[in-house]
Design a protein. Sequence first.
Length: 317
Amino acid sequence: MKLVTLFDTSIATENVGDFIIMDAVREQVDKIVPTKQIITLPTHDYIGKEGRRLLRASEYSLVGGTNLLSSNLLKYQQWKFRLSDINYLNNSILMGVGWWQYQNTPNYYTRKVWNKVLHKDMIHSVRDEYTKNQLLKMGIKNVLNTSCATMWNLTPEHCSQIKTMKGDTVVLTLTDYNQVPEKDIKLVNTLLKNYSTVYFWPQGSGDIQYLQSIYSSFSRDVSILNPNLESLNNALCQPDVDYIGTRLHAGIRALQLKVRTVIIGIDNRALEKSRDFNLEVIDRTQIDDLDALINQEIRADIKLPEDNINKWKAQFE
């Protein structure tokens, strides 16, 4: 039986959002390569001797979508591999992968590494046009903007079942590593004004500490959920619930569960998805506009690049 390696971002992670990503990636991989055995290796930890053996035995590797790519691997490398690992990684195929923040053109060393690691012939799938353009600057032409795999089931039929008017309950998220207390306090108090119940879901390991650091500025109490995916799912499955927050993939999970969603854009990920796919995003710098947005009709009208998604999938047939 032929092997395929899946690089899994949910291994050795402090971010529950990685589980949301890998849920979607695994669902798609099971459809794309159903007759092949899938083995997993981490992106957040280095490859060991057994990992190298498995890579050597694999036909190719799939890299589950997250912001793994960057312009300077000597300074920031979210996908953990050593220079000595590169010869084992040269059949890697991207699946909805994105770029880490807005950055300069990749430097010489980084260009050489990505050109060596990424498969020369198979088509790579990236999550937005910005990431595609960064790869094109490095001479990597075999790439399509497909959006992230977490969005591939957000079809017009699915989105038509998402309610358009404000509910009575909202699930809130904040981001521990991207703090703007003045804006985030305004976000929370706007939700407390507009919703009877506000649940806070901690996606990252430091989110609760950040919430506590600004808690005294809230107009009333917020209910804190447990920091696991089951807790988020249960909250989002309540009747008459909305999602509003800075965590992108919590918002994507809400859309998957047919929940009215507004994502607060704090970096390139949500902002580029909004630009490319019409995802409902408000930039945190415009948080004063959130009150009016909450109280108007919001129609989920996501524009998926279906031709690109199908073309990327078809190469595995």
